[in-house]
Ligand binder design. Structure first.
Ligand SMILES: *[C@@H]1O[C@H](CO)[C@@H](O)[C@H](O)[C@H]1NC(C)=O
Ligand SMILES: *[C@@H]1O[C@H](CO)[C@@H](O)[C@H](O)[C@H]1NC(C)=O
Length: 476
């Protein structure tokens, strides 16, 4: 994990390096032919020669302002516009209330996998180009996680307790320093892997540090490749991804024997733990996909699985910790959370289940509110048009050509005072206050929102005005 710390303290040095690289390559053969409808207006596009390329570089520093401009001028009036992106590929931003139109398209028309594939430099690489093309691990999670949730909660709870006792401790007298980011990243890696691969591997330092380093290297590799001209990618892609490959090799030495054993146990109908490995093997067997169920292939899928679980969760939880701890003491955020947790835990006789967790409306709200105000992504729900004939928006009368990217502006809607009063304030119980009033039958909110509206206030449901993760079938 030392590497991780070094990485994050060196973050500014890295962006400097990236910027230098970008400037060096400024005159390169950039994919400057914009694949966007000609009729749509742009934000941030200057006049004169190479306007689109210049806009793309300028977007590095102007994302929030330009999004605000586009939001006021177009999104709020129900119109789409073009946003220049630093990668050189402009995005078509559609109004937030047209989200459904976008996500209702099938994957062979507007694909989220294709976006990930480009963004993460799919070929170079999650150790094999096959991984990001099939996303079988996502399929396994979708099919298995919800229905096995009650089975994995006890292990998760056990691992959380162990991890915090090991690192934060319970001493209320002697203070100590904790690097919150690093600590939570390790904790989340450990807790996630309790569900992925189980004990004892989920606590193995070699395994965890290579998973963490892999997650960082993918980002680095992707950043570097974004600045690399297309024709040199086959060369640089291989070079930049050498560290990824090393981390994969080191984890696979630990995972392959366990997976092989698991396959044998399943084939011989022995009792097996209810974890990701079992889900993956059983699903691939049931779907007759033997190529997805080799120990080596599963070991490879564990890499993007860890990547997805560790990154977004760590950013979210670290921000939530800081937002909660940075709240005015007079707001009694910690007290409110603690009271709720103790009450619900006691009511559930000391056993967390899907049902008892869903009663933690304040905790849910505190996380959701942090995701709203401290959002780390500015654009969300991106889809790449993969239908040859493009994707037509008949309402506005434009067609997004093959290869174009369509998305929505997450940042502005999260900070729109018409949607969220005092949008820049972290108000931990913003989402739970009406729910608690509603469930106690107290507030007049019942008529205003209706029971369906209330349901949408939970953290893992996404609506038009709250979209931190993406939306639709692929949100998880
Ligand atoms: C990256 O992907 C290419 C194919 O696109 C493959 O030949 C190569 O072995 C991979 N390299 C690494 C380091 O994973
Ligand atoms: C990780 O697991 C391997 C294989 O079981 C073992 O040899 C190694 O000592 C473990 N490493 C740590 C740091 O626990």
């Amino acid at each position: 994990m030392d590497f991780l710390i070094a990485y994050f303290t060196a973050r500014s040095a890295l962006s400097l390096l990236a910027l230098t690289l970008a400037l060096l390559l400024a005159a390169r053969l950039r994919n400057s032919k914009a694949t966007v409808p000609k009729t749509l207006p742009w934000v941030g596009k200057p006049t004169g020669p190479l306007a689109e390329t210049r806009a793309s570089y300028a977007s590095f520093n102007n994302v929030r302002q330009w999004l605000a401009e586009g939001y006021a001028k177009y999104s709020k009036k129900g119109k789409s516009y073009i946003f220049p992106d630093f990668s050189g590929k402009p995005t078509i931003i559609i109004p937030n209330d047209k989200l459904r139109w976008l996500i209702d398209n099938s994957d062979d028309v507007a694909s989220v996998a294709a976006v990930h594939y480009d963004l993460l430099a799919g070929d170079y690489n999650f150790t094999s180009p096959h991984i990001l093309k099939t996303l079988y691990h996502e399929h396994v999670v979708h099919r298995s996680l919800a229905r096995n949730l009650d089975d994995v909660i006890p292990g998760t709870w056990d691992e959380i307790q162990h991890a915090f006792r090991d690192t934060w401790g319970t001493d209320t007298k002697v203070w100590k320093d904790i690097c919150v980011f690093d600590n939570l990243m390790q904790t989340i890696a450990r807790v996630s892997n309790r569900m992925f691969v189980g004990l004892p591997l989920c606590r193995n330092k070699t395994y965890l540090s290579n998973m963490g380093a892999f997650a960082q290297d993918v980002i680095l590799c992707m950043t570097l490749l974004n600045f690399t001209p297309a024709f040199t990618k086959p060369l640089f892609g291989r070079i930049f991804s050498i560290p990824n490959m090393i981390h994969y090799k080191r984890t696979s030495r630990l995972t392959v024997p366990i997976i092989a054993q698991r396959i044998e146990d399943i084939n011989n109908k022995r009792e097996v733990p209810n974890d990701y490995l079992t889900w993956h093997i059983k699903l691939a067997n049931a779907e007759s996909r033997p190529e997805e169920a080799t120990p080596e292939m599963i070991a490879r899928y564990l890499m993007p699985l860890n990547f997805a679980a560790i990154h977004t969760t760590t950013f979210t939880i670290v921000n939530t910790f800081f937002d909660i701890l940075g709240s005015e003491p007079s707001k009694e955020v910690l007290e409110g959370l603690r009271e709720e947790a103790e009450r619900v835990f006691a009511e559930a006789n000391g056993v967390w289940t899907k049902a008892s967790l869903s009663k933690l409306v304040r905790a849910d709200s505190a996380i959701k509110e942090s995701m709203r105000v401290s959002n780390f992504a500015t654009q969300g729900v991106q889809r790449k048009v993969v239908a040859r004939e493009g994707l037509m928006n008949s309402e506005e009368g434009w067609t997004a050509p093959y290869g174009s990217i369509i998305g929505i502006d997450v940042h502005s809607v999260h900070h729109d005072p018409d949607v969220y009063p005092e949008p820049n304030t972290y108000d931990a119980f913003r989402f739970s206050r009406p729910r608690e009033g509603f469930e106690a039958g107290a507030g007049g909110d019942k008529d205003a929102r209706g029971s369906l509206g209330m349901k949408n206030m939970g953290m893992i449901t996404t609506s038009d005005t709250f979209v931190p993760f993406g939306h639709g079938r692929h949100a998880w």
